[in-house]
Design a protein around this ligand. Sequence first.
Ligand SMILES: [Zn+2]
Length: 309
Amino acid sequence: MSMRELVVLGTASQAPTRARNHNGYVLRWDDEVILFDPGEGTQRQLLHSTVTATDLTRICVTHFHGDHCLGLPGTIQRLSLDRVPHPVAVHFPAGGAEYFARLRHASSFYETAELTVEPITADGQRITLRCGTLEARRLRHPIETYGYRLVEPDGCRMLPEKLSAYNIAGPAVGELLRVGHLDVAGRRVTRDEVSVPRPGQRFAFVMDTGLCDGVYALAEHADLLVIESTFLESETALAAEVGHLTAAQAARVAAECGVRRLVLTHFSQRYPEPARFADEARRYFDGDLVIAEDLTIVPVPPRQVASAG
Ligand SMILES: [Zn+2]
């Protein structure tokens, strides 16, 4: 059974607090371990978490405001210090390439880690991974910003009792999966007769943005949505002005898009009581709700299993 979970490293917007580090989120998803938006202190937060720098396979940056990227120098240098043996892919808005170049070489170090730099150059850009498709969508913020989602393709789950009823076993199962049908004892058995659909899982990561099409496109049917809720509804006008969301807006997006588990984060330090975000979101969203704390681990909810009809 593969592990799919979110490890929250930091949850503060703009300035850290005594209880909240700057941003940082790790998604473990099969053979991928993706670090999103490493803010200052990410290297030390990793130390407090279950993730090591050597685990990382990929880094995704939504935009180059400091609270989302000032952890890059430390994290990148740590990859070299630990002599991470595999290449680490890095994605960020192409318009911020100059910032990335500076952060990557912010100070002198002995570079051994291999970074595969693949900037995002267009809305809807897709990167094919072994475990699914990573897609970037443009968000609405004062500087070029992209959110990301990981989409696993739909598949099917073989039903052992039906397979044995047709005497199908061993390599024949693989052939049936691949080809879609198999001739057994003079009869054609189709894949649909011996399997049920297995819907692919989806993860979405939506940081600094006002409401826009990209937010909805990313959140659509997400099993796990991580979304900023910098403000509360009382600051709706301010949120729109500075390109951010309120807890109410984030919760309404989750409800409209059929999100299963909603993780709110990136809180303004003006609100010391996290319960207020929960109270506000609950008015609009009745699925699983997590108000992120530093070092929280949030599992991707178990796959919704289609019944054998
Ligand atoms: Zn920002």
